[in-house]
Design a protein around this ligand. Structure first.
Ligand code: APR
Ligand code: ZN
Length: 233
């Protein structure tokens, strides 16, 4: 059975008003990424990191999915197990666009989890009020974000999807963290959509759409339909 992997990054949510990571030279919402996105930054200043994710959740409540999220949700509903939807994004915009079974490689902002008993708690867009786990009462409740220097268990699922997919679609990621250029060589066909041209990365893909995701997504949907329908060129 023909399968397609749609892998997305911060560029997918940029038009919804959520900043990407590297356009503002390594600052994420005016914070040094490594200070608020790394395990050492969290150990050094847990209060700052907790407040940072509280701000991100409050911001997330105010934004909404864009046309690209909606099209991906529609494709997933139409082609079900023939499409893997995997994202580096921690926002819930694909879910709010109605997309089912989204795999979040770097965590999920509306959730906390307990590092002691592993339980996840969905707090939606609220602040984290305490570090005490409601279930095991240990003081290890934290944001459910995979930070630099931490393991990303879902990468296993990503590699399984890559091995099963004949078409790799990559939307809105610089390839700074994930070797998406290499992923393109693992699949028979590959499509890249970014806003900024990057000749080195672009050359790894068969097709490149250098434009906003909300514009490119209509052509990408056509490509996916043609591929799954057996007439892909
Ligand atoms: N449409 C399509 N692509 C866009 C748009 C847009 N409207 N706006 C920006 N982009 C593209 C940029 O051209 C860039 O290639 O999105 C990409 C954003 O790259 P990054 O900021 O590096 O974000 P991302 O690749 O998702 O970062 C990966 O790094 O900080 C960690 O864990 C964090 O998941 C994140 C990971
Ligand atoms: Zn617990």
């Amino acid at each position: 059975m023909k399968k397609v992997l749609i892998l997305s990054g911060a560029g997918l949510s940029a038009e919804s008003g959520l900043k990407t990571f590297r356009e503002s030279n390594g600052l994420w919402e005016e914070h040094d990424v490594m200070e608020v996105c790394s395990a050492s930054g969290f150990r050094k200043n847990p209060k700052k990191v907790r407040e940072f994710y509280d701000e991100r959740r409050a911001q997330l409540e105010k934004v909404k999915p864009n046309h690209a999220h909606e099209m991906i949700a529609k494709l997933k509903a139409e082609f079900k197990d023939q499409i893997f939807v995997i994202t580096q994004n921690v926002d819930d915009l694909l879910e709010r666009a109605g997309c089912k079974d989204v795999i979040h490689l770097h965590g999920f902002l509306p959730e906390l989890y307990c590092a002691s008993c592993g339980t996840h708690f969905n707090i939606a867009y609220k602040k984290q009020e305490s570090t005490t786990c409601p279930k095991c009462k240990q003081p290890f409740l934290r944001h459910n974000i995979v930070m630099f220097e931490e393991p990303a268990p879902q990468y296993q699922t990503l590699y399984e999807a890559l091995n099963q997919s004949g078409l790799f679609v990559c939307i809105g990621t610089s390839g700074y963290v994930l070797p998406v250029g290499h992923f393109a060589s693992m699949c028979e066909h590959s499509i890249l959509n970014n806003l900024d041209a990057d000749p080195a990365l672009d050359s790894c893909f068969d097709k490149v759409y250098t434009q906003k995701a909300s514009t490119a997504i209509d052509q990408i949907a056509l490509d996916i339909r043609n591929y799954l329908g057996g007439n892909y060129v």
